[in-house]
Design a protein around this ligand. Structure first.
Ligand code: MRU
Length: 352
């Protein structure tokens, strides 16, 4: 299976998703700020993968020489966490992973730098390993609700490139395919950043899963023709009432799914749940550069200087969601209750 990130003896290796699928290039990061830069520039992206990268980046921070010479290790680490937290705003896995590393830091801080280094490295590797296992569990839980001969529609990239394992929505697709349930996967190209066309199509091709690429505006007609049986997408942040922020275009698919009576599922680990917010209205939505719309690569499509709105995510109200596939099972409406019950019984995620 493709990997997005690796820990190699104190070096974080990040597969550069800016040049995929044309080139496979690994970027070695030896410093926390190099990892932060890879997140900001989207060399690595996807909510769980961002969390894994942040954890590994903070493990690097305390291994750097500056950690030895810092007047206060606590202040030095706090600054590294603060820098990491400013990389991207929407995926709460980032906040969750940083909080987890901060907790571990506080537990071992008094035991000296060698112990801090060892404990934070181990914690980051645990974050990665747990995400791998979480993906597999989501895959198993989600595949149980995929119908036979399923024609599945998905959006953005939610696979190995976006997580530390088989993926979120794509883990469900992979497991369903291995059970012989998948007829075809329709891959939304995912304008404007094209994570579907560039990354998901590449991942599915590696696995030999049958797929067909469509432009986002073709999904409605495809559903009108009765050619979609099941939709599954990921999430960047889930509010405590079940509203979901995910890649721009997800909300439109959910509305279409309701109209055409196609089950619309979210697949996400509990680390994507933000119990500190009441609804999707509180989720910060990243707005990205105009150039992503006005250009494809170096080719200019739109007139010079045209005004552009480019939100990277949208919010799907809980009411449109048939189920949220997690590592602990499928959460159903009323989500405020199923989420609270699951998080209360030891789930991950950000807490109030
Ligand atoms: O802007 P991106 O590419 O980081 O957005 C990724 C998504 O929206 C995914 O659907 C999401 O992270 C959930 S699945 C890993």
């Amino acid at each position: 299976m493709v990997e997005a990130i690796r820990w190699e003896e104190g070096v974080v290796q990040i597969l550069d998703q800016l040049v995929l699928p044309r080139e496979v290039v690994w970027v070695p990061c030896r410093r926390s700020d190099e990892v932060a830069d890879c997140i900001t520039t989207m060399k690595i992206r996807g909510a769980p993968a961002i969390g894994v990268a942040a954890a590994m980046g903070l493990a690097l921070a305390v291994r750097q020489e500056e950690a030895e010479s810092a007047a206060s290790l606590e202040d030095y680490f706090a600054a590294a966490c603060d820098h990491m937290s400013r990389t991207r705003p929407t995926a709460v896995n980032l906040t969750w992973a940083i909080a987890r590393m901060q907790d571990r830091f506080r537990q071992v801080q008094a035991e000296g730098l060698p112990r801090v280094r060892e404990a934070l490295t181990r914690e980051a590797l645990d974050v990665a390993r747990e995400d791998f296992e979480t993906c597999a569990a989501m895959g198993r839980n989600g595949a149980d609700v995929v119908p036979e001969k399923a024609r599945i529609l998905t959006h953005c990239n939610t696979g190995s490139l976006a997580t530390g394992g088989a993926g979120t929505a794509l883990a469900v697709v992979r497991e369903a395919a291995s059970r012989g349930l998948v007829e075809i996967v329709y891959v939304d190209e995912t304008r404007p950043y094209l994570q579907g066309a560039r990354l998901t199509a590449w991942e599915l091709a590696q696995d030999g899963i049958p797929q067909r690429l469509i432009a986002d505006n073709m999904a409605a007609f495809l559903m009108a023709r009765g050619q979609v049986d099941f939709i599954v997408v990921g999430a960047d942040r889930i509010a405590s009432n079940g509203d979901v922020a995910n890649k721009i275009g997800t909300y439109g698919l959910a509305v279409l799914a309701r109209h055409h009576r196609v089950p619309f599922y979210i697949a996400a680990p509990l680390s994507t749940v933000d119990m500190a917010i009441a609804s999707g209205a509180e989720i910060p939505i990243e707005e990205r550069a105009a150039r992503e719309l006005t250009h494809i690569g170096d080719i200019q499509l739109a007139p010079e200087g045209v005004d552009v709105w480019n939100p990277a995510f949208d919010v799907t109200p809980a009411d449109f969601i048939a189920g949220i596939i997690t590592e602990k099972g499928i959460l159903r409406t009323p989500y405020w209750k199923s989420i609270a019950d699951t998080m209360g019984s030891g789930g991950g995620g950000r807490r109030r």
